[in-house]
Ligand binder design. Structure first.
Ligand SMILES: [Zn+2]
Length: 141
C-alpha cells in the first residue's frame, strides 16, 4: 500500500508553500545558491534584482542568495504555472463562488480520478489540489 505524505498547509509560510510546490509538484530543484544574472532595479539605481528568481539586493552587498521559487501560492500568475504544468495529463477546473474558490483536477490517465480543493484565493486552491494530485494529504484547517 502506498504511504500518504501529509502537509499541514496552515503551518507553512507563503515562502515554504511556494518551495513545497516547486519541489513536490513541479519537480524543480530550488538552488541553495542561485546563479542568476543580476540586473539593475528600475526604481532604484542602488539596487539589483536577480533576472532568474527576482531576488533583490543592494549593490555592494553580497549577491549570493537562495533561489526564490515563483509565487505559486500568492499570485494567480504563479498558480497558473501549475495549471499549465498539468495540461496534457490533467484537466484543471477553477470555479469562483461567493465565499470561496473551488478547484478540481481530473487525472485523465486514472479514468477521471478527481482531486478537489477549496480556499479563499484561487492560487491557494490550485496549490492544494495540485499537491493532492501528487499524492499528498493536505490539512487546511
Ligand atoms: Zn536568483
Amino acid at each position: 500500500m502506498q504511504m500518504t505524505k501529509t502537509i499541514v498547509w496552515k503551518n507553512l509560510t507563503p515562502e515554504q508553500r511556494d518551495k513545497t510546490i516547486a519541489e513536490n509538484v513541479i519537480g524543480a530543484k530550488i538552488l541553495t545558491e542561485c546563479k542568476g544574472e543580476l540586473g539593475e532595479q528600475a526604481i532604484s539605481p542602488d539596487g539589483w534584482y536577480c533576472l532568474t528568481c527576482g531576488h533583490m539586493g543592494a549593490w555592494g552587498d553580497d549577491s549570493t542568495h537562495e533561489q526564490i521559487p515563483p509565487h505559486y501560492s500568492t499570485s494567480i500568475g504563479g498558480a497558473w504555472r501549475i495549471v499549465d504544468f498539468f495540461r496534457g495529463t490533467y484537466d484543471v477546473d477553477v470555479a469562483s463562488a461567493l465565499f470561496q474558490y473551488d478547484v478540481a483536477i481530473l487525472d485523465r490517465r486514472m479514468h477521471g480520478k478527481q482531486y478537489v480543493a477549496t480556499a479563499n484565493t484561487p492560487a491557494e486552491a490550485i496549490c492544494i489540489a495540485a499537491l493532492q494530485a501528487r499524492g499528498y494529504e493536505v490539512i487546511t484547517e
